[in-house]
Design a binder for this molecule. Structure first.
Ligand code: DGI
Ligand code: FE
Ligand code: FE
Ligand code: FE
Length: 186
């Protein structure tokens, strides 16, 4: 595997400074959550570092990859917001040589979540939402929820995200709804 320094340099080369700083804050938040909730700190760190690695790839590259690698064709009806996690994990495995299934799954799920999420999935999902650079209505309540439990953090986030998308009349990816349904009831 690459050293942390090499990994960080490869990620930095793919991202704007703004996005790279977000990545570093997500890494630290994921480490804090892993320590607090007794999860694997090393995996939380790597998941945080790589999660948005493919966020700034052109749409055309994603469209080609979805067809070539036979991802769900319904993905073509969405955009980078959905692609950079679900399809981005493929690029992370190939280009960053990360083969750890737990890390790759956490990346795949970091935007849309899933009905069943591992502790690492939940840590990355929540860390991305509450990292200290985030400033949106509800972020303080999200931080309090995450302090109570990871599940409470996930539940708050899925409800808030769905409201955000509905308010803007954005298309909802079906798995986002499945995640919401599973977590509001949990
Ligand atoms: O990559 P980040 O900006 O750090 O954060 P993210 O990967 O969690 O989310 C990216 C965006 O994706 C965010 O503005 C919310 C949006 N999103 C989440 N679920 C859906 C969605 N957008 C659409 N159109 N449909 C969804 O179901
Ligand atoms: Fe993301
Ligand atoms: Fe997120
Ligand atoms: Fe992110």
């Amino acid at each position: 595997p690459y050293s942390r320094t090499t990994l960080v340099n490869k990620i930095k080369a793919q991202l704007s400074d703004h996005r790279f700083q977000h990545v570093l804050r997500v890494e630290q938040t994921a480490i804090d959550l892993a320590e607090h909730y007794g999860a694997d700190v090393e995996r939380a760190s790597i998941a945080g570092l790589v999660h948005d690695y493919a966020k700034q790839r052109p749409d055309a590259e994603y469209r080609q990859l979805i067809q070539q690698e036979k991802f769900d064709p319904d993905l073509l009806n969405y955009g980078n917001g959905i692609w950079h996690g679900v399809v981005g994990a493929y690029l992370i495995e190939k280009e960053l040589q990360i083969h750890d299934a737990a890390i790759l799954n956490a990346v795949r799920r970091h935007t849309i979540g899933a009905p069943e999420m591992t502790t690492l999935d939940q840590i990355l999902f929540v860390a991305d939402f509450i990292e200290p650079g985030r400033d949106f209505p509800g972020v303080e309540a999200a931080r309090e929820a995450a302090d109570e439990s990871l599940a409470a953090g996930v539940r708050y986030e899925v409800a808030n995200t769905l409201q955000f998308l509905l308010a803007r009349q954005q298309k909802i990816y079906p798995k986002t709804i499945a995640t919401y349904n599973a977590w509001v009831a949990k």
